[in-house]
Ligand binder design. Structure first.
Ligand SMILES: [Fe+2]
Ligand SMILES: [Fe+2]
Length: 370
């Protein structure tokens, strides 16, 4: 396997020691500052020349929803949810626990893990949403096209609502918060710190939001908790538009880039993919449960469900990268990386610029009411 130290800071993608050495070193931090020297760009060209973005903008305006309208009165029994999740996804059930930290675990311990997993997952979603809020506000400033500025402004509102709903769910329905995962933070810092406007799009709209769309879809399908189900359904309607915004914008922009510029984008996509995969090892959960983190991560990686879950997270990213031409440019460098990560099988799945309308559950609900 090729050495990727210059991109991801370690030679071997699966080097657990290196992955787990990256931890959040300041968990009490309240304000986190990221430097950025991107130019804010005015355009005096107000002509609407990008109909696909204009269409997306119109859709965004009519698909706005209010977080207060979700059924917040529903009471959530977290242990019950954890039990149902475990019955559905089989975590721990098909694992050979002999010699692992889970050797003596019974139902009680697995339920506690399930509860902490919810706290952790929703916390990371909330932090990621704030990343999206900041990135998209940045795009409003830096993108030179008026149609894109209009659309991005609607996304800023969407992201505020997403931070709001995850935060409220954590505060009123769950039992604890987690600080941001260090791998996710590294990635968000990289995206925000890059002064090239198209890199913000690639990191956020294509990679982070592409993964979020798949992860929300997975959780939406799995959860039996009706409030979370509806919350995710509505967030996903917005997310699908956001990813489509990335695909539609970059498709145009990438046509004018040179081979070496495209290669930089491929490397950035690979770096983002690895960071996101690393974060799903959820090392902080193991820490809180007081088990040996490395042993726990290694054991979980061996569970039969793991490769399916891990690769499924990339089911939106890979077809979107293909649509942008990133997969096969420059001798298929990114294709090789995605093959090594075990996610290339999604390349011919629907890309999000094609399917975002079908994912608009808000519009479907409104059509039913009328
Ligand atoms: Fe979002
Ligand atoms: Fe989003």
């Amino acid at each position: 396997m090729a050495d990727h130290t210059h991109i991801i800071g370690r030679a071997d993608v699966d080097d657990y020691d290196a992955i787990l050495a990256i931890t959040n070193s300041d968990v009490d931090e309240v304000l986190h500052t990221v430097g950025n020297s991107a130019d804010a760009i005015f355009t005096w060209d107000y002509e609407r020349t990008r109909p696909a973005l204009a269409k997306l903008y119109e859709k965004a305006k009519t698909s706005m929803w209010n977080a207060n309208d979700l059924p917040w009165h529903i009471e959530v029994d977290q242990e019950e949810v954890a039990r149902n999740n475990q019955n559905q996804n089989g975590v721990g059930q098909h694992l050979d626990t002999k010699g692992t930290p889970f050797e003596n675990w019974g139902e009680k311990e697995w339920i506690r893990f399930g509860v902490e997993s919810q706290n952790w997952t929703l916390s990371q979603f909330m932090h990621g949403e704030q990343g999206a809020l900041i990135c998209t506000a940045q795009i409003v400033e830096t993108v030179p096209w008026i149609d894109a500025k209009y659309y991005a402004a609607t996304q800023v509102m969407d992201e505020a609502r997403h931070v709001e709903v995850f935060s409220r769910y954590l505060d009123t329905k769950l039992s604890g918060h987690y600080p941001i995962n260090a791998h996710l933070e590294l990635l968000l810092d990289d995206i925000i710190g890059d002064s090239r406007w198209d890199m913000t799009y690639l990191g956020m709209q294509i990679m982070v939001e592409g993964l979020a769309l798949a992860a929300f879809g997975f959780l939406h399908q799995m959860t039996t908790e009706p409030l979370l189900k509806q919350l995710l359904r509505y967030v996903m309607s917005d997310e699908a538009r956001h990813v489509a915004f990335g695909v539609l914008s970059l498709q145009e922009f990438y046509q004018q880039l040179s081979g070496s510029e495209i290669r930089e984008r491929q490397e950035f996509a690979f770096e983002a993919a690895v960071r996101m995969r690393d974060r799903f090892m959820q090392q902080e959960t193991w820490e809180r449960l007081g088990v040996d983190v490395k042993e726990a991560v290694k054991a979980m990686q061996q569970s039969p469900e793991r490769p399916i879950f891990q690769s499924m997270l990339f089911s939106k990213i890979v077809p979107n990268c293909k649509k942008l031409g990133l997969l096969d440019a420059g001798d298929g460098w990114l294709r090789d990386r995605f093959t090594e990560l075990g996610v290339i099988q999604f390349e011919d799945w629907a890309d999000t610029a094609e399917e975002y309308g079908a994912l608009d559950e808000v519009a479907k609900d409104r059509a039913q009411v009328q």
